[in-house]
Design a protein around this ligand. Structure first.
Ligand code: NAG
Ligand code: NAG
Ligand code: NAG
Ligand code: NAG
Ligand code: NAG
Ligand code: NAG
Ligand code: NAG
Ligand code: NAG
Ligand code: NAG
Ligand code: NAG
Length: 399
C-alpha cells in the first residue's frame, strides 16, 4: 500500500512538473484554416520614433492603414512622433500555413553591421517573436552566420481562425506591466476564459509583462460576399480601412450596432483601376454605397458594400428594421453619405505610463544566442526528472 501511494505521489509530482514545463511551450497563434486575413500586432516603441519610421520598419504599405488601425485621423502627419514606450498597432496580412499564422512575407529586415538574429528578434522587433522563427522561415542553416545586407522575412505571429464560431480580428497584444488577464479581457471585450483557452494558459498568475497574447477582437458584421477579393473584411471597433483598390472606405463603430459602414473614399489615390467603378445599387434610382433611405414607415434600406472583383464593386441592398420592437432602439441615424474621412482622433491606445508593477517583468535578456543550448536546457531538465523518478521507483521497490 505504502509503495503504491509513494509511487503515485512521485508520478503525480513528476507529471505536474512536466506539464508545468510544457505549458511554457504551448504554441500560441494556432491557425488551422488555410486563409489569409487581416491581423494586428502591438509595437511598443523602445525609443522616440515617427509614424513613418514605424511604417517603414514593418513594411506597412500605406500610412493610412497604420492610421486606420490606430483610430488616428487621416490627416495625421507621417512625421508625428511616437513617444518611447507608447504602443502602436501594426496592421498586416496574416497567412496560415502548417498550423500557425505568420505575417505574409512581411516585414523584411535588411541585416546591418553587428546584427545577430537574437538582437533582431529581441531588440529591433522588441521580442514580438523568437529568433528561431526567423531561422525557420528564412531557411537559415547556421544562425550564427548572417550577412550584412541579407534580407530576412520577419514572421510576426497571427491567426485567422474563428473563435467560438465567430470571425474575429486576431490582435497580438503585448501584455503591459501591471495588467491582469481580467483587465485585458475587459478592455478588449472578451472573457478571461476565452483568453486562457486561446492562449493555452493554465496558470494566469504566470502571465508576464511583454508576453504576446492572442486577443480576439469582435469585428463589425459586413455584407461582403465570400467571393470578394477582400473577404473576410474584418474591421474591429473604432478602426477604419480602405478597400476595393482604395475606392471604398469602411469603418466599424460598436455604436452602429456593430454593422460595418462603408462609403466612397475621398481624396485617396486609387490603385490598379483608372477610376473607381460604379458604386450604385441596382434598381434603386440613385442609391450609392453608404446611402440610406427610409423606405417604409418602419424601416430603412441601405445600399451596402458587398465586396469587389477585378472588374467591379459589388453592392447589396440591406433592410434594417427601425421599429421600436419593445425597446426604444435608436436606428443607426448617422447619415452614411457623410462618412467621416477623418474619424475622431484619439491618442494611440492607452500608454503604459508608469503602471503599478503587479506583474513580474520579462526575464532579463539572456546573452546566449544558441538554439542548441536552449533546446538542450529543455531536454536536460526533462531527463533529470525522469532519472529522479526512476531513482524513487527503485527506492520504492526496496522499501
Ligand atoms: C516630414 O519631415 C520631412 C523631413 O524632416 C519633411 O521633408 C517633410 O516635408 C515632412 N512631412 C510632413 C507631412 O510634414
Ligand atoms: C501563404 O503562404 C504559402 C506558403 O508560404 C504560400 O504558398 C501561399 O501562396 C500564401 N498564400 C497567400 C494567399 O499569399
Ligand atoms: C511545419 O511544422 C513542423 C513542426 O511544427 C516543422 O517540423 C516543419 O518543418 C514545418 N514545415 C514547414 C514547411 O514549415
Ligand atoms: C534550405 O536550405 C538548404 C541548404 O541550403 C537547401 O538544400 C534547401 O533546398 C532549402 N530549402 C528551401 C525550402 O529553400
Ligand atoms: C496549438 O496546436 C498544437 C498542435 O496541435 C497544440 O499542441 C497546442 O496545444 C495548441 N495551442 C493552443 C493554445 O491551443
Ligand atoms: C468602441 O470604440 C469606441 C471608441 O472608438 C468606444 O468609445 C466604445 O466603448 C467601444 N465599444 C466597445 C463595445 O468596445
Ligand atoms: C443589430 O444587428 C443585428 C444583427 O446584426 C440585427 O439582428 C438587429 O436587428 C440590429 N438591431 C438594430 C436596432 O438595428
Ligand atoms: C446591375 O444591373 C446590370 C444590368 O441590369 C447588370 O449588368 C449588372 O451586373 C448589375 N450589377 C450588380 C452589381 O448586380
Ligand atoms: C427591402 O425592402 C424593400 C421595400 O422596402 C423590398 O422591396 C426588398 O425586397 C427588401 N429587401 C430585402 C432583402 O428584404
Ligand atoms: C449618396 O451618397 C453620396 C456620397 O457618397 C452623395 O453624394 C449622394 O448625394 C447620396 N445620394 C442620396 C440619394 O442620398
Amino acid at each position: 500500500m505504502r509503495f503504491a501511494t509513494l509511487l503515485l505521489t512521485i508520478s503525480f509530482v513528476a507529471v505536474l512538473a512536466i506539464t508545468a514545463r510544457a505549458q511554457d511551450e504551448v504554441q500560441r497563434f494556432n491557425c488551422s484554416s488555410s486563409r489569409t486575413c487581416h491581423a494586428l500586432i502591438d509595437y511598443v516603441s523602445p525609443n522616440t520614433a515617427t509614424l513613418n519610421s514605424i511604417k517603414t520598419l514593418f513594411g506597412v504599405k500605406n500610412l493610412r492603414s497604420l492610421l486606420g488601425a490606430n483610430s488616428m485621423a487621416l490627416s495625421t502627419s507621417p512625421n508625428k512622433t511616437v513617444a518611447s514606450g507608447s504602443t502602436i498597432k501594426i496592421p498586416f496580412q496574416c497567412n496560415c500555413t502548417n498550423g500557425t499564422g505568420k505575417s505574409n512575407r512581411r516585414p523584411v529586415y535588411k541585416v546591418q553591421k553587428g546584427d545577430g538574429l537574437d538582437h533582431i528578434a529581441r531588440d529591433v522587433f522588441v521580442g514580438l517573436l523568437k529568433y528561431q522563427r526567423i531561422v525557420e522561415v528564412n531557411n537559415i542553416t547556421n544562425p550564427d552566420l548572417i550577412e550584412v545586407g541579407q534580407e530576412l522575412w520577419i514572421p510576426l505571429p497571427c491567426s485567422c481562425d474563428d473563435v467560438d464560431t465567430e470571425q474575429v480580428v486576431h490582435y497580438a497584444h503585448v501584455v503591459p506591466p501591471g495588467s491582469s488577464i481580467e483587465q485585458i479581457a475587459d478592455k478588449y471585450g472578451t472573457t478571461k476564459d476565452t483568453l486562457l483557452k486561446l492562449n493555452g494558459i493554465t496558470d494566469p498568475s504566470k502571465l508576464q509583462a511583454g508576453e504576446v497574447l492572442d486577443v480576439p477582437l469582435k469585428a463589425c458584421t459586413s455584407m461582403v460576399s465570400t467571393n470578394s477579393l477582400d473577404y473576410p473584411l474584418l474591421i474591429s471597433n473604432g478602426t477604419y480601412t480602405f478597400t476595393a483598390n482604395n475606392c471604398v472606405q469602411c469603418k466599424c463603430d460598436s455604436a452602429n450596432n456593430w454593422t460595418l459602414q462603408c462609403g466612397p473614399s475621398e481624396g485617396v489615390k486609387i490603385s490598379n483601376w483608372d477610376k473607381c467603378p460604379s458604386m450604385q445599387c441596382n434598381g434603386t434610382g440613385n442609391l450609392h454605397i453608404g446611402n440610406t433611405t427610409s423606405s417604409t414607415d418602419c424601416g430603412s434600406t441601405t445600399c451596402a458594400y458587398a465586396g469587389y472583383t477585378n472588374q467591379a464593386i459589388l453592392t447589396i441592398l440591406s433592410n434594417q428594421s427601425t421599429c421600436p420592437a419593445g425597446s426604444p432602439s435608436s436606428p443607426p441615424s448617422s447619415p452614411p453619405s457623410s462618412l467621416p474621412s477623418s474619424p475622431p482622433s484619439s491618442p494611440p491606445s492607452s500608454l503604459p505610463s508608469s503602471p503599478p508593477s503587479s506583474l513580474p517583468s520579462s526575464p532579463p535578456s539572456s546573452p546566449s544566442n544558441y538554439a542548441s543550448k536552449i533546446s538542450l536546457g529543455g531536454s536536460n531538465s526533462r531527463f533529470l526528472l525522469v532519472s529522479l523518478e526512476l531513482c524513487f521507483l527503485c527506492f520504492g521497490l526496496l522499501w
